[in-house]
Design a protein around this ligand. Structure first.
Ligand SMILES: [Zn+2]
Ligand SMILES: [Zn+2]
Length: 321
C-alpha cells in the first residue's frame, strides 16, 4: 500500500483542529486540540478509530468521520494506545453519537478505564511550561464500563488487517503502538512524539518538529520508556505518526529515532523528577506504589492549584455579579 511521501521529514502541515491528513489510503490522521487520533479503514469500508482526543473533541471527530465515511457512519471499534485524558476525552461524547461501540485497551490500562485506579499523578518538576501546568490534568480514574474491553478480546476486523499491537509501556503501564510491516507504518501513541510536548508552545504549535521523548510529565517509568523507544527504533519505520506532533518519515525519522534510542538516558530521561530514579509501581489493579513528590514539586503543585482556584473564584464572582 502506498504511503504518503515524507522525504524531507517536514510534511505539509495540518494546522486546523479537525484537519485530516492522509498517511496511506486506509489510514488518516486527525488533528485534535492537544493530541492526534487516527482513522483506520478506507472510505466505503468498515473502519475503526484509534484514540479519541482531549475533552471536547467528540464533535470534531464526529464531523471528520462523517466527511470521510459518510453521514451516519460509525466505527466497528475504538482502540486506545493508552488512557490518558488527552487520548480519551472525546469518548463520553462519542458514546452518545455511537452508543454501544466497543472500546479496546491493553489489560494493564483497564484499571484506569474501569474506575479502579488513577494513573500515577503527573510530575510538574521535569521542566517545561506544560509540565508546570500538569497538576491540572486529571489522572483519573475514568470509567467506561461496560464498553471497555481488553485488547485480547479484539475480534478480527478488516480495518486492522496487517496491523500488530506492540507493547510499548513506560509512558503508561499498558501503552501500545500499532505497526504494519507491509508498508512499515507506525502509530506510536506517546511512546515517542514529534514535538516538545513539555512546552505549551510545542503542544499547541507542534513546533519544533523533532523525534522527542514521551511527554515527560506523564511518564512514570523511564526504563520501560527507553526499552519501548529502542523496540520501535529497531523496526526502522518508513513513517511514524504519534499522539502529539506531525507525522515524520524517511531517513530523517529513522536516524533521529535511532539517536533517541541510543542516547535515551542522556537526551530523554529528565535530569530530575519524581519518577526518574524510582518508577511508579503498577499491576493489574492499578497503582501500587508511588515515589514521593519532592518538596519543590509540592510547592509547584500547591501554587498552581491555589492560583487556579483563585481564578475560578474570580470568574464565578463575575458571573454572579
Ligand atoms: Zn499520554
Ligand atoms: Zn498524550
Amino acid at each position: 500500500m502506498a504511503l504518503a511521501q515524507f522525504s524531507t521529514g517536514l510534511p505539509h502541515r495540518v494546522s486546523a483542529f479537525g484537519g485530516r491528513h492522509m498517511l496511506a489510503p486506509d489510514v488518516e490522521r486527525l488533528r485534535l486540540p492537544l493530541a492526534n487520533a487516527f482513522f483506520l479503514g478506507e472510505p466505503g469500508h468498515a473502519w475503526i478509530l484509534v484514540d479519541a482526543g482531549a475533552p471536547g473533541s467528540a464533535p470534531l471527530i464526529g464531523r471528520a468521520a462523517q466527511a470521510r465515511y459518510g453521514v451516519g457512519a460509525r466505527p466497528e471499534a475504538i482502540v486506545l494506545t493508552h488512557g490518558h485524558l488527552d487520548h480519551i476525552g472525546g469518548l463520553w461524547g462519542l458514546l452518545k453519537q455511537w452508543p454501544g461501540t466497543p472500546i479496546y485497551a491493553h489489560s494493564l490500562e483497564l484499571p484506569y478505564l474501569t474506575g479502579q485506579s488513577a494513573y500515577p499523578p503527573p510530575d510538574p518538576t521535569v521542566g517545561g511550561s506544560m509540565s508546570a501546568l500538569s497538576p491540572l490534568f486529571v489522572p483519573g480514574p475514568f470509567n467506561f464500563r461496560p464498553q471497555i474491553r481488553p485488547l485480547s478480546e479484539l475480534p478480527e476486523l478488516a480495518a486492522l488487517k496487517g496491523w500488530t499491537f506492540l507493547d510499548t509501556p513506560g509512558h503508561a503501564p499498558g501503552h501500545v503502538s500499532l505497526w504494519r510491516e507491509t508498508d512499515r507504518l507506525l502509530i506510536a501513541g506517546d511512546a515517542f512524539v514529534t514535538t516538545v510536548q513539555e512546552r505549551v508552545t510545542g503542544a499547541l504549535t507542534l513546533r519544533p518538529q523533532l523525534i522527542h521523548r514521551p511527554p515527560a510529565y506523564y511518564t512514570p517509568d523511564w526504563d520501560q520508556a527507553r526499552a519501548s523507544v529502542q523496540r520501535l527504533a529497531a523496526l526502522e519505520p518508513a513513517l511514524a505518526a504519534t499522539g502529539h506532533g506531525d507525522p515524520q518519515g524517511g531517513q530523517h525519522l529513522r536516524d533521529e529515532l535511532r539517536r533517541l534510542a541510543r542516547n535515551f538516558d542522556e537526551v530523554a530521561r529528565p535530569v530530575q523528577g519524581r519518577y526518574v530514579v524510582h518508577p511508579a509501581l503498577t499491576d493489574t489493579s492499578g497503582v501500587v506504589h508511588l515515589p514521593p513528590l519532592s518538596p519543590r514539586g509540592q510547592v509547584l503543585r500547591a501554587g498552581l492549584l491555589i492560583t487556579a482556584g483563585l481564578l475560578m473564584l474570580r470568574q464565578l464572582r463575575r458571573w454572579a455579579a
